[in-house]
Design a protein around this ligand. Structure first.
Ligand SMILES: *[C@@H]1O[C@H](CO)[C@@H](O)[C@H](O)[C@H]1NC(C)=O
Ligand SMILES: *[C@@H]1O[C@H](CO)[C@@H](O)[C@H](O)[C@H]1NC(C)=O
Ligand SMILES: *[C@@H]1O[C@H](CO)[C@@H](O)[C@H](O)[C@H]1NC(C)=O
Length: 624
């Protein structure tokens, strides 16, 4: 029964038949009014041109279903015959491929130093105007973007799939849902997070006449260097936070997804333009790694967010350090999901938790920084889960969900095959040293997509903490099960990795063991009886140790893109600081001045009335 039906039911019980009509009519009118209000609030105030933007946007043909390569490598000597973003003959171009099929998508000129200068300059100019807009103005842009994404889910998702090889279902969750949530949350709570914040001011009694306030001002032009695993979300997420805080943003996408990144940034620019602002506010650049330092060390950039790997982070940080640009760093993870025996009273039926663990591991073919990389179970849970997963993981089907219409595809391709050797070796080494390989473990040559980059969904059980596979980030479709003796053992295992990004614990709601894991797991984020939901909940997101530092997301993320300007004012009219003559330059009597200041400190921080009275006496007697 819905809430409305319940209300109606209650209402009719309490009135007789005659006045019943009045109640019904009143309720009906109230319902219609609130529905209108809700819709107006949600979609209200979209500018002219929005309808056309939402309903008639031109999407690229390559992402249409059944698109087939219209370009053969033989047509042009510049195109490498094997999928590779790089061609030594034309180092100025980035070549784009669909990882699921190997189809050639086109090429994009790599950004040069001049391109970077131009992008920063344009962004600075646009930001100078944008920073003066109201939150209401900024919300119109976000609202339109939200409507656009919601109405064009199919097309937008297909662009992301074409460029990353993931499945449409994975993209609808990991690209669209999280982005819509970010937009909706920012619209609803963003302004609150950026409101001027009044602080208690000094504890010192003698300067209580001062007030303290913090206001959040835009920094200027910020930079986001983002990874390829969620081509839409990873770009939109920093754009939403940056423009809402009044900043301009330069996005540096990965060479592996520059094809789709261009379309996504164009969509945002079009949206900003329709709302009457300069589309230059958002800029996309994609230099080769050799030019990336030029970007990070650019004097026009006030803040950088980096999502990527540790070796690259060192380069980014030293370049940013040369101009003192602060950086928020999000690196890899080795997230553990700890499953306690207490979670299910009987471990006979554990299909539900197996489903969550599989989604957590195989979502985006495991290319998820907060994907589950290790499942650590207490003994009963271990035994039951191994049984269920042994049945379910081998059923996963690989393919291209854009092209294999007649088939149900569970897991998509990996971004490319460059790490397949490493994955195969880590799995083989684990199997050699005592782990059991239930299924998978090798690259997969797809019968219909010979050039696709597929890796078999893998289940590896009896893994121990000493094995390399338990220590290194896999970032692929590999499920790893480890058996712990008890809760403490499970926590030790989880904390044995050098990463500390996310984590999960499955236990009884509020139990001592569950809360112990929550407290003692050394990570930046943790989900209870779920995986990765802390991300969707718009909390500050970031890791500890080798997973990086600093937080983006949530209120802290918005404020992190601001200059928190501290303002101190006088509390009362007519009362302000005046320098007592005894400490006025040039000092007349150093001895007296010293006694005065010493008495002032003692009075201000006195522990008792007596102490205060004595100090005050000394203060007054040395005042002149
Ligand atoms: C794509 O091709 C398949 C099989 O050839 C066909 O069944 C399907 O209708 C086509 N889809 C579109 C959108 O053209
Ligand atoms: C594979 O993808 C990674 C991540 O984007 C990239 O660094 C690497 O250059 C790519 N390799 C090839 C051969 O495309
Ligand atoms: C980081 O992780 C490593 C490996 O577990 C550990 O030895 C080290 O103490 C951790 N560092 C900090 C600062 O926690």
């Amino acid at each position: 029964m819905s809430l409305l039906e319940g209300l109606l039911d209650t209402a009719t019980t309490f009135v007789d038949a005659k006045s019943g009509y009045v109640v019904w009519a009143t309720l009906l009118i109230a319902t219609v009014l609130s529905a209108i209000l809700l819709v107006r609030q949600r979609s209200g105030g979209l500018p002219q041109g929005s309808h056309d933007f939402i309903h008639n946007y031109k999407f690229p043909v390559e992402s249409q279903p059944n698109w087939s390569q219209h370009y053969s490598p033989e047509d042009d000597v510049d195109v490498p015959s094997k999928p590779s973003i790089h061609n030594p003959n034309r180092p100025d171009l980035i070549h784009c491929y669909c990882p699921a099929t190997g189809q050639y998508l086109g090429r994009v000129p790599a950004s040069t130093k001049e391109d970077i200068d131009t992008a920063v300059r344009k962004c600075q100019n646009a930001q100078g105007v944008w920073q003066k807009t109201s939150f209401e103005d900024r919300k119109v842009v976000l609202r339109l973007l939200l409507e656009f994404l919601k109405k064009n889910q199919d097309e937008v998702v297909r662009i992301a799939c074409r460029d990353s090889g993931k499945t449409m279902v994975d993209a609808a969750l990991g690209e669209i849902m999280v982005t819509l949530e970010k937009l909706a949350w920012t619209l609803k709570y963003g302004e609150r997070a950026l409101r001027p914040s009044s602080r208690p001011g000094p504890a010192n009694l003698l300067i209580r006449y001062k007030t303290a306030e913090v206001v959040y001002e835009p920094l200027g032009v910020v930079l986001a260097i983002v990874s390829w695993n969620y081509p839409l979300h990873n770009i939109l997420n920093p754009i939403i936070a940056s423009i809402f805080t009044g900043n301009g943003i330069i996005v540096k996408c990965s060479e592996s997804v520059v094809w789709s990144s261009r379309y996504f940034v164009e969509m945002v620019q079009t949206c900003i333009g329709i709302c009457g602002h300069s589309p230059d506010l958002v800029q996309l650049v994609c230099p080769w790694p050799s030019e990336a330092d030029y970007l990070t060390a650019h004097a026009g950039i006030s803040h950088a967010t980096f999502i990527g790997s540790k070796p690259v982070a060192h380069k980014v940080l030293s370049a940013a350090g040369s101009v003192l640009t602060p950086v928020t760093v999000e690196l890899g993870g080795k997230d553990a999901a700890i499953v306690l025996d207490e979670y299910l009273p009987s471990w006979q039926a554990c299909d539900g938790i197996a489903s969550v663990l599989m989604r957590g591991t195989f979502q985006s073919a495991g290319q998820n920084c907060i994907g589950i990389e290790r499942i650590i179970c207490e003994p009963k849970a271990y035994e039951s889960l191994v049984k269920v997963l042994t049945k379910r993981v081998p059923q996963l089907r690989l393919g291209s969900s854009l092209d294999d219409h007649d088939k149900d595809i569970d897991v998509g391709a990996l971004i490319n095959d460059s790490r397949f050797d490493v994955l195969e070796r880590l799995i083989a080494d684990a199997a050699k040293t005592g782990a059991t390989l239930v299924c998978g473990g090798k690259r997969y040559s797809h019968p219909e997509h010979a050039l696709g980059s597929y890796f078999q969904p893998t289940l590896l059980v009896d893994v121990t903490p000493e094995m390399e596979i338990a220590k290194n980030e896999i970032f692929g479709p590999v499920m790893v099960l480890m058996k712990a003796e008890n809760t403490d053992d499970a926590i030790d295992m989880a904390n044995s990795a050098k990463f500390g990004l996310g984590g999960a614990v499955f236990g009884k709601r509020g139990s001592a063991a569950t809360e112990k894991v929550v407290r003692e797991m050394k990570t930046g984020n943790i989900a209870v009886n779920d995986f990765a939901t802390f991300y969707v909940c718009q909390l500050p997101f970031g890791g500890v140790n080798e997973s990086g530092y600093g937080k983006f997301g949530g209120e802290e993320g918005l404020r992190g893109l601001c200059n928190a300007k501290s303002i101190c004012r006088d509390r009362f009219p007519g009362i302000s600081t005046s320098i007592p003559p005894v400490v006025d330059y040039p000092l007349q009597n150093v001895n007296k001045a010293w006694k005065f200041v010493r008495a002032m400190n003692a009075a201000a921080y006195a522990a008792s009335v007596k102490e205060f009275a004595i100090s005050l006496g000394q203060l007054l007697s040395n005042m002149k």
